[in-house]
Write a new protein. Structure first.
Length: 182
């Protein structure tokens, strides 16, 4: 058990996301970001499986076959695209049933997800972090995501700007293209 280390990790992450959300004018989202991580169902699992270099949810999943902490977390935090997975209505282009699909996320939550991915990469990678890191992590797993195509396109565009042009340009892109601010 590493409750102090886990507390420091999740608090460092929360404070970074808050800083980035404030930079975008998302003050309420910044203040409330990831509060569920302090709830017993998430916190104690995080303390038990804390490693400091990746999410303890991955370790819980490997040890038990499921991450109950993750299921709790994604169901309460709208900045995760997994929150927005629902049953589809109708059929795909081939006439097949589409039982589960990603719903389009409101842009303010796509913006918060962008902030979340930067902060998570910074916390877990430490000095190894570069502006390429959030894109590389996203790109590594994107073939497995159930995410609405427009939401994926928005997140990918923001992460590519971060990767190619840096943080200032990426935050300017998010302000203009997701939040309608100049």
């Amino acid at each position: 058990m590493h409750p102090i280390r886990h507390f420091k990790t999740i608090t460092a992450h929360k404070l970074l996301v808050m800083k980035y959300c404030f930079r975008l004018g998302l003050y309420w989202q910044g203040l409330l970001h990831d509060l569920s991580k302090y709830s017993p169902v998430e916190f104690f699992v995080g303390a038990r499986y804390w490693q400091g270099t990746c999410s303890p949810n991955t370790a819980e999943r490997k040890a038990t076959g499921v991450s109950r902490a993750w299921l709790h977390h994604k169901g309460r935090n709208k900045h995760h695209f997994e929150y927005w997975i629902d049953y589809a209505v109708g059929k795909d282009l081939n006439g097949e049933n589409m039982p589960m699909v990603g719903m389009k996320m409101p842009e303010k939550y796509v913006a918060e997800m962008f902030c979340d991915r930067i902060a998570a990469s910074q916390v877990y990678l430490g000095e190894q972090y570069t502006d390429r890191s959030p894109w590389e992590y996203y790109d590594k797993f994107k073939g497995h995501y159930i995410i609405h195509p427009e939401t994926a396109s928005q997140l990918e565009a923001a992460l590519r700007v971060l990767r190619d042009e840096g943080e200032d340009a990426a935050f300017a892109w998010v302000r203009k293209n997701l939040l309608g601010k100049s």
